[in-house]
Structures are given as structure tokens and as C-alpha cells.
Design a protein around this ligand. Structure first.
Ligand SMILES: [Zn+2]
Ligand SMILES: [Zn+2]
Length: 327
């Protein structure tokens, strides 16, 4: 059964057209002088003597062609075709050469219409290869290999749905790989930004340690190690989108500044310069907390705006994690 060309993607051009198109591949047909043009009607055909040997080695011959610049070429001959692997083939396509060669040898039937239909089946199959289709096992599919003319008679002039899906796959795979790569790059960029949020630094000052922030000393500690630990804890809170608030805990004389379950400061390691440790801790926590929560101090103008922006960022992160889960 011959499929309707209009619905199969095969464009049957008028005799005046120099090229034909099949599933996006525009091609030119070149036939040897002994080919009856009626067998290729309504395709427009250029007549040229091109065959060299008998039988022709199709793969070697196509490899010797200069690559067709734009329009793929279909060569039609009466000589039997072979390849370096196969003793006899009806046709052979080379995407590298941008060309295919098909033979009428073995296609002849008592009915010229049947011969014409077989030749169309071979040409359309090779055009399928040039369009990127591979062989298929589906009975009746255009891309199912044929060894006999009877098998050509069963061949439809369109690839089956499995062929179309397979051909669509590489594009889908490329898109998926692109999405994954973009996502990984985004993760790396986020990590980099996170690592740059080392807002709190520490400095050794003799046997002591200090925490400077934009030129001001915000804390003086009894040892460089204590200063380092405090800076690390504060940086971790700063890098968190929603850090728990700073709180002061007291057990006997042991006063600490904590955020959730994380210890930020043990007041015994802090130089309070005469101020009671619990009072110092409360004042310090009250000064630092807006900075950790809003990522900027109140007097810098816009803590509300910082907080609003934070809401937007949180919403965007939620969206993104939902998207990850969907995948
Ligand atoms: Zn094939
Ligand atoms: Zn198929």
C-alpha cells in the first residue's frame, strides 16, 4: 500500500522544480542516460553519465565524491550496486558525502508502475538515511532494510512512529544535557558566592584576637583561636538565608551567645572591658542580630528592603528546589 505523499512528508515536486524535499532534506536527482525519466516522474531529473565500474562499489564511489555543498544528491543508475561489505544492495547513502546512489538492477517488473514504485521506495529510503533516520525492524516501515523486490513492495513511503520518536531522541538528549549543565553551573556559581560571604574576619593581635568589620573592631577575644571560631560561626550564620536569632544563655557564671543550637561566643573568651558579661552579651547580640538577619545594619538605610529581597530569594530557592524534585 502506498501512503499518501502529502501526509508522509514526501514532497512530489512539479516537473519544473530542480529539487525535491523529504522531511526537511532538499535533494537533486541525477540519472544516467539509460534511465527512463518516466520511472522518476514527477521528480525533476538531471541526466548525466557518472558510473565508472560494473558493479559499482557504492560506498567507495560516494566517498570519492566532493561533498555536495548544500543540496544532497541522489544518483540513479542501472548498474548493479555492491558495497565493501555487501555483494548486492538496492541503494546506499552517505551523509558524509551528502549523497546516495540507487540502482534499478533487480527492480524490474512486468508492470512499469510497480518498477516505478520500487524505485521510489529505494530512493525514499536513502533520503531517509540522509535525513538522519537509521534502519528499523518495524514491518512495512520505510527504514526497514529490503533484500528482495517483494520486500520493497511492502515498504511504505514514510518512516513509522518508532522511527520518528528515535530521531527526536538525540535532540531531547541534547536539551536535557544542556539543562543539566546549566543547572550544575548555577550550583557552582551559588557555591562561589556563598564562599565569598566571608564578611567576618579575624586577626591575631599578640596573644589576643580581634574581629574587625569594615574597619571597626566589633569584638576583642582572649586568644586568636577564639577569634577564629567566632568569625567562622558568624560567617556561617551570615551565609544562611534564615539564621536563627542571636540569644544569650546563662548557666551560673557561664554566659554564651547562641543562635539556635550553634554556639557563637563563650563570654569567658571575650574581653568585656569592665562591662558585666551578660550585659555585654545582650548589647552585642542586639547590635549584631539585625546585620545577620537583614544582611545589613539598620543605619545603612534599608533593612526592610533587605528583608523583602530575602523573601524574594527564598521564594526563588523554593521554586528551584520544587523544580529539582520534579525532575
Ligand atoms: Zn538503509
Ligand atoms: Zn521504522
Amino acid at each position: 500500500m502506498q501512503a499518501n505523499p502529502e501526509r508522509t512528508g514526501v514532497a512530489w515536486c512539479g516537473s519544473s522544480a530542480a529539487t525535491c524535499e523529504f522531511l526537511g532534506v532538499r535533494c537533486r536527482i541525477i540519472a544516467e542516460p539509460d534511465i527512463d525519466p518516466a520511472l522518476l516522474a514527477p521528480w525533476h531529473v538531471q541526466v548525466r553519465d557518472f558510473a565508472a565500474a560494473d558493479p559499482m562499489l557504492a560506498d567507495a564511489w560516494l566517498a570519492s565524491l566532493a561533498r555536495a555543498r548544500q543540496t544532497p544528491q541522489i544518483f540513479v543508475t542501472r548498474r548493479p550496486l555492491a558495497t565493501t561489505r555487501c555483494a548486492a544492495v538496492f541503494g546506499y547513502a552517505s551523509r558524509r558525502a551528502g549523497a546516495a546512489i540507487v540502482s534499478l538492477a533487480g527492480l524490474d517488473s512486468d508492470s512499469p508502475e510497480q518498477t516505478r514504485r520500487r524505485l521510489q521506495a529505494v530512493i525514499t529510503h536513502e533520503l531517509g538515511h540522509l535525513a538522519g533516520y537509521r534502519h528499523c525492524r518495524t514491518p512495512g516501515c520505510l527504514m526497514r532494510p529490503a533484500e528482495t523486490p517483494a520486500e520493497l513492495d511492502l515498504r511504505r513511503l514514510a518512516p513509522c512512529s518508532a522511527c520518528r520518536r528515535r530521531r527526536a531522541w538525540p535532540l531531547a538528549a541534547v536539551l536535557l544535557a544542556f539543562c543539566l549543565a546549566a543547572s550544575l553551573l548555577l550550583d557552582t556559581a551559588i557555591d562561589r558566592i556563598r564562599n565569598r560571604t566571608q564578611v567576618f574576619r579575624w586577626r591575631a593581635d599578640g596573644a589576643k584576637g580581634t574581629l574587625p568589620l569594615e574597619g571597626n573592631e566589633i569584638l576583642r577575644l582572649r586568644s586568636p583561636a577564639a577569634a577564629q571560631a567566632a568569625a567562622e560561626a558568624l560567617n556561617a550564620l551570615y551565609a544562611s538565608m534564615s539564621p536563627p536569632p542571636l540569644e544569650v544563655t546563662q548557666t551560673g557564671s557561664d554566659v554564651r551567645v547562641v543562635a539556635g543550637s550553634r554556639e557563637v561566643l563563650a563570654m569567658r573568651a571575650v574581653e568585656t572591658e569592665g562591662i558585666a558579661p551578660d550585659q555585654f552579651a545582650r548589647q552585642w547580640a542586639a547590635r549584631m542580630d539585625p546585620l545577620l538577619q537583614g544582611k545589613g545594619p539598620q543605619e545603612r538605610g534599608c533593612p526592610a528592603c533587605h528583608v523583602t529581597r530575602r523573601g524574594e530569594v527564598l521564594e526563588a530557592m523554593n521554586q528551584r528546589s520544587r523544580w529539582w524534585r520534579l525532575r
